[in-house]
Design a protein around this ligand. Structure first.
Ligand SMILES: Nc1nc2c(ncn2[C@@H]2O[C@H](COP(=O)(O)OP(=O)(O)O)[C@@H](O)[C@H]2O)c(=O)[nH]1
Ligand SMILES: [Mg+2]
Length: 256
């Protein structure tokens, strides 16, 4: 293996997908544009890991065809590697993110939605800030953050107030799911991953609480969520409200 191929990527970007056929290709292109397109001063060496839970809409096949993956479901373009993992066991959002984080080789790890809720243009800035912080959260609830879906923005704001009240932290957006983390720092928690990574977006509440209590240096940078481009959200209000509330009450009563 050449020196170039064996060297550690600067960044691994983990993309959990479920039925994102109409978004994932354009998102991968947008990530390439943000990280090595024209006008990028300091191109990063990076890998993209698509963690697909065997989506029935053919997300995986679209990625294979559009990016000409080889038999091992990998393709390389300049300093970027794209890897597709089709998951048939332990499905679910939190499990697929954990799987991606554990497979990733980068010194810094980024997790984001694949529907354009999260703006890939922010990745370089978030990664750069990891020089000073352990964890950088894309936050809707710091100055200039926000969300195009106003009703969801307000509900999420209220829910975050509830979380802050329960756990007495200063984290404004505990439900974001758009973050960059130093790999060495994250892996210090690896023995606790079973207690963090299960369920849906509630894994992020547990991850943040553990990071907070471990006295990580955490920064929230403003992000503005635009509406998803295509397809339907998997977040349905009442079931998620019920599941998150169970999760935070369990966390408050029994700890991490
Ligand atoms: N691998 C995997 N990804 C999922 C699953 N559920 C949702 N996702 C992905 O997680 C991200 C967030 O889901 P989304 O429907 O956008 O939720 P919302 O942003 O809360 O409306 C998207 O990239 C989804 O494709 C799942 O069960 N498995
Ligand atoms: Mg989304």
């Amino acid at each position: 293996m050449s020196d170039h191929l064996s060297s550690t990527p600067d960044v691994s970007i983990i993309l959990p997908t479920y039925n994102e056929r109409d978004n994932i290709g354009d998102l991968i292109d947008a990530i390439h544009q943000a990280l090595m397109g024209e006008g990028v001063d300091h191109p990063l060496r990076y890998e993209i890991l698509v963690m697909d839970d065997n989506s029935p809409d053919g997300t995986a096949d679209l990625v294979r065809r559009r990016f000409e993956l080889d038999a091992a479901d990998v393709s390389c373009r300049g300093d970027a590697t794209l890897r597709l993992h089709v998951r048939t066991h332990d499905k679910g959002l939190a499990n697929s993110i954990r799987d991606g984080l554990e497979r990733a080789a980068g010194r810094t790890l980024v997790v984001m939605d694949t529907d354009f809720n999260h703006d890939p243009a922010l990745i370089p800035q978030m990664v750069d800030l990891l020089r000073y912080y352990d964890l950088v959260i894309g936050s809707r609830f710091v100055m200039r953050g926000g969300m195009e879906d106003v009703a969801r923005y307000r509900l999420s704001l209220l829910y975050n107030m509830f979380i802050r009240f329960l756990f007495q932290t200063q984290i404004q957006d505990n439900l974001s799911g758009f973050f960059a983390v130093r790999r060495d720092r994250l892996m210090q928690l690896q023995s606790r991953f079973d207690t963090i990574f299960y369920g849906y977006g509630d894994y992020f509440i547990r991850l943040l609480l553990m990071a907070w209590r471990s006295e990580w240096k955490i920064l929230e940078v403003p992000v503005f969520y635009i509406l998803r481009r295509h397809g339907a959200s998997k977040t349905t209000f009442w079931p998620i409200f019920r599941d998150y509330t169970k999760a935070v009450i369990r966390l408050r009563l029994f700890g991490l």
